[in-house]
Design a protein around this ligand. Structure first.
Ligand code: NAP
Length: 541
């Protein structure tokens, strides 16, 4: 495989926007940490990268939260148009340093250049989507129930409603999307769009990428006249700095993507605050794929090969990785398995994001080997930190009896569950934990079975796909990237797509408030030209 180019990101010949300083950024000011030294690590070359960074401490959290709290008033008072322009400025700044950003992210993650180039587009696309959401205006949730003074037996007062931002938000970057779910990723973009200042806890796996993106945001803050405390980036150990951040009384919500243990720890920390706050944690998922009989019979081999392509993409380091395949035993499934194991045997081992994630993967595969039958492996690894794909099988009864078999192995590992009949397939669908996605491969002959599965799947997942594979999450208005626990900590929301903004808003009702004091979203005459629900009817009047 291609080694990432070695670039000295500290050299004085680089532009200020791409020169790394090894610092955090608190309310526009570069600040050196005081704690443990960390470095980016190139998992493909198995070498640490310059510059060193140091963890922040409780004082840094305090400074960032104080600045965010101070920024909240003026920031939430900005218009939708001003915030849209701010988000667009961040996107433009990221594009302006795209080459350096991709080079650094490749070095820090081991992910291919094409993938990270695509992630730049996804990151800027998310920022621009939320700019569109702001301009479109329905995020305000404006409703007006005009007064009914003559109503009998009691008159109705004038009642109006709009949504306001919650306050400063703590965002925990994900390791597996160094751009799209990191410093300027979906959680940050949706919180900033809502009117919430953001304090990011950067991920140790890509500090240099984080610093570059933080600089792009900070420059946009200054250029668009936003308050300095609108954005800060801190580094630190999760159970210390991360928990200090989540328990700071000025933080009003949390966005997180990562492990189940990390997400649950933050939910617990937030719940024990004197004022508990919502934590939107996107955690683990094994994303069941249901292969129905007609589809297996007509195209079992094609499905087997396509499954392996999805399983091994990005070393399987996706929360939507197809970690579970469910089908009724028979010749169609045998054809699928034969094609999948052949394709797997030819899959090269590719680097994982960090040595620790590679060790977790190896341990997870080892554990599964004790409880399920190993039927296929990828090519052996000739380098450190690589993911050698693994495929297991078991029967439905064993699956349903074992919690271990439902545990996510983060990486290219999947389990095929052989069912005796459709009833057993239903039992598996009903027995899986909450998931981000469920995929169904069905031909016309399978529609009755598919129809019977759908109500079960709706209760288990945030997104149901027919055909295709769950990896690849479109950023759009109708997307749901969420699902019941333990896939996420709150099944009522999504972390991808336009509705992600709703996580950081709350409704406020204004009863008999004098017209001259009403916010413009719910003012008489509709000065913002919003679609509003007046007396229950949507209108732009
Ligand atoms: P992680 O360990 O959950 O870390 C994510 C973030 O949460 C880091 O900033 C981490 O800080 C913090 N954190 C972790 N445990 C914490 C705790 N007890 N209290 C406070 N903060 C905590 O995830 P990761 O480093 O990205 O990867 C590790 C494992 O997570 C993977 O092997 C995989 O199983 C899973 N993962 C899942 C997904 C998914 O989408 N489902 C995505 C990525 C990773 P520190 O690093 O300082 O601890």
């Amino acid at each position: 495989m291609d080694m990432p180019p070695t670039v000295d990101f500290m050299t004085a010949t680089m532009s200020p926007a791409t020169r790394l300083t090894g610092q955090m950024i608190i309310a526009g000011v570069p600040v050196s940490g005081t704690g443990t030294e960390i470095r980016g690590f190139d998992p493909a070359g198995d070498r640490p990268l310059d510059p060193p960074y140091r963890y922040g401490d409780a004082d840094h959290v305090d400074t960032a939260c104080a600045a965010a709290a101070e920024a909240f008033g003026p920031y939430r008072a900005t218009t939708s148009e001003q915030r849209a322009q701010f988000l667009e400025a961040i996107a433009a700044n990221i594009e302006a340093i795209a080459e350096a950003l991709v080079t650094r992210a490749v070095a820090e993650s081991g992910l291919p250049q094409a993938r990270l180039t695509g992630e730049i587009g996804r990151t800027t696309g998310q920022l621009r989507l939320f700019a569109d959401v702001l301009r479109e205006g329905s995020w305000t949730g404006a409703r007006i129930d005009p007064a009914l003074p003559d109503r009998s037996p009691l008159p109705r007062p004038d009642i109006r409603q709009r949504s306001i931002p919650l306050g400063p938000v703590a965002v925990f970057s994900a390791s597996n999307f160094p751009l799209a779910f990191s410093v300027a990723g979906g959680d940050t973009a949706s919180a900033l769009a809502a009117g919430c200042p953001v304090v990011v806890k950067g991920h140790d796996a890509h500090p240099g990428t984080s610093e570059l993106v933080a600089r792009a945001i900070t420059d946009a803050v200054a250029a668009t006249g936003m308050p300095a405390g609108t954005f800060s980036l801190l580094f630190g150990f999760g159970p210390e700095l991360g928990v200090t951040l989540v328990t700071d009384p000025r933080i009003k919500a949390v966005g997180f993507t990562g492990s189940r243990s990390g997400g649950k720890a933050l939910v617990a920390a937030a719940a024990t605050r004197p004022e508990p706050i919502p934590v939107y944690a996107e955690m683990s998922s094994i994303n069941p794929v249901f292969l129905l009989d007609g589809a297996l019979t007509s195209r079992g081999a094609d499905l087997g090969r396509a499954f392996v392509a999805s399983l091994t993409m990005g070393s399987g380091q996706f929360c939507t990785n197809p970690g579970l395949v469910v089908a009724v035993d028979g010749p169609g499934l045998d054809t699928f398995v034969a094609a999948a194991t052949d394709a797997l045997a030819a899959s090269p081992a590719t680097p994982m994001l960090t040595p620790q994630i590679a060790r977790n993967y190896a341990a997870g595969v080892e554990t599964l080997t004790q409880t399920a039958q190993l039927i296929g492996r990828g090519e052996t690894a000739d380098q450190e930190n690589a993911c050698r794909a693994a495929l297991f099988t078991t029967d439905a009864r064993s699956f349903l009896a074992s919690d271990e078999l439902q545990t996510e192995v983060f990486g290219s590992s999947s389990l095929i569950v052989r069912c005796a009949d459709v009833a057993e397939m239903h039992a598996v669908a009903a027995g899986v934990e909450g998931q981000l996605t469920a995929t169904v491969h069905a031909d016309d002959a399978d529609l009755d079975t598919a129809r019977s599965l759908l109500p079960l799947l709706e209760l288990k997942v945030g997104r149901i796909l027919f055909g295709g594979w769950p990896t690849g999450v479109e950023v759009c208005h109708a997307m749901v990237h969420g699902g019941p626990s333990p896939a996420t900590s709150d099944s009522r929301t999504t972390s991808v797509g336009a509705r992600a903004i709703e996580r950081y808003l709350r409704p406020v009702c204004y009863q008999n408030v004098p017209a001259s004091l009403l916010p413009s979203a719910i003012a008489d005459g509709n000065p913002d030209r919003l679609w509003r629900r007046i007396d229950g009817r949507l209108t732009q009047d």
